[in-house]
Write a protein that binds this ligand. Structure first.
Ligand code: PAF
Length: 281
């Protein structure tokens, strides 16, 4: 696996692959890789001949009081994992390569649909930062296909919408969430949890299972959510939001919607955990 911080190296390599008629898959990450990321790389092999991964902790998607400085940077370990997973090219730019004029002067991409609610409401500007960096990385790598985890359900919708709205010739693949044996969704931010918190964190998944089962049995959505919120609050979470939405559009669930998604964000200790669960009623 070749590693570079330079845009021109990525362009040279990808151009050569394309000239040879090869397909290129891309997995953008912020590093601190876990099995969820590795699964994206492994699945990418189904769609392309070569896999490019990026590691860039993107300052534009962090709010002022968020964990940008403390976000774990584990480059050496990440690089070993990517070699073992079969990635071909690793792009690890520095912020001045990505944002040479600084963030204030940076042209940005904003997806008005979905961008300001749920995580967008709790983290103003977050999805503008995500859409901008993903668009920029797409322009640098020019992949045929890009893979993202479904754990970040809203992010995936924002990216799919951006790709459609801007007519980008890239196929977006959402990959199933990888979970610990306890049910806890794998996330780079699980590293902020103590052992005891990690054990309790699994109750977020249990709460979502309960909501889905309640709604399938005819219990009103608000009642199911209220019971689940109480449960995880007792466990020690501070709920940011738990909502049931249309799985197709992320709009408020209507009585006619059969494909639903539970979206949840909650704080436990220093970690803000997000998760989701699709189900049919
Ligand atoms: O999901 C992430 O790790 C990030 O939001 C992404 C897509 C790599 C953009 O920085």
């Amino acid at each position: 696996m070749k590693t570079t911080a330079l845009i021109k190296d990525i362009r040279t390599q990808v151009t050569q692959w394309k000239r040879e008629g090869k397909r290129v898959a891309f997995v953008p990450t912020m590093g601190n890789l876990h099995q969820g990321h590795i699964t994206l790389v492994e699945q990418a092999k189904q769609y392309a001949d070569h896999i490019v991964v990026s590691i860039f902790v993107n300052p534009m998607q962090f709010g002022q009081n968020e964990d940008f400085d403390g976000y774990p940077r584990t480059y050496e370990r990440d690089s070993q994992k990517l070699i073992a997973a079969g990635a071909d090219l690793l792009f690890m730019p520095t912020p001045d390569i990505i944002y040479p004029k600084g963030l204030a002067q940076q042209t940005y991409v904003e997806v008005p649909e979905f961008g300001d609610e749920l995580c967008g409401a709790s983290r103003p500007g977050h999805f503008k930062g995500v859409a901008t960096i993903v668009n920029k990385l797409f322009n640098i790598v020019q992949p045929d296909v890009a893979l993202f985890g479904r754990k970040d359900f809203q992010q995936l919708l924002v990216i799919k919408t951006m790709v459609e709205d801007l007519s980008l010739p890239i196929e977006i693949i959402g990959v199933e969430t990888i979970r610990e044996a306890s049910g806890l969704a794998m996330s780079s931010r699980n590293g902020y949890l103590t052992e005891g918190e990690k054990h309790r964190a699994a109750s977020l998944k249990q709460a979502m299972d309960q909501i889905a089962s309640d709604i399938q049995q005819g219990i009103p959505i608000e009642q199911a959510i209220s019971a689940a919120s109480q449960y995880i609050t007792q466990v020690g979470f501070r709920v940011d939001y738990i909502e049931v939405r249309s799985a197709k559009t992320l709009a408020k669930a209507q009585p006619s919607d059969s494909e639903l998604v539970i979206v949840a964000a909650a704080y436990l200790g220093k970690a803000r955990l997000i998760d989701n669960q699709c189900f049919n009623r």
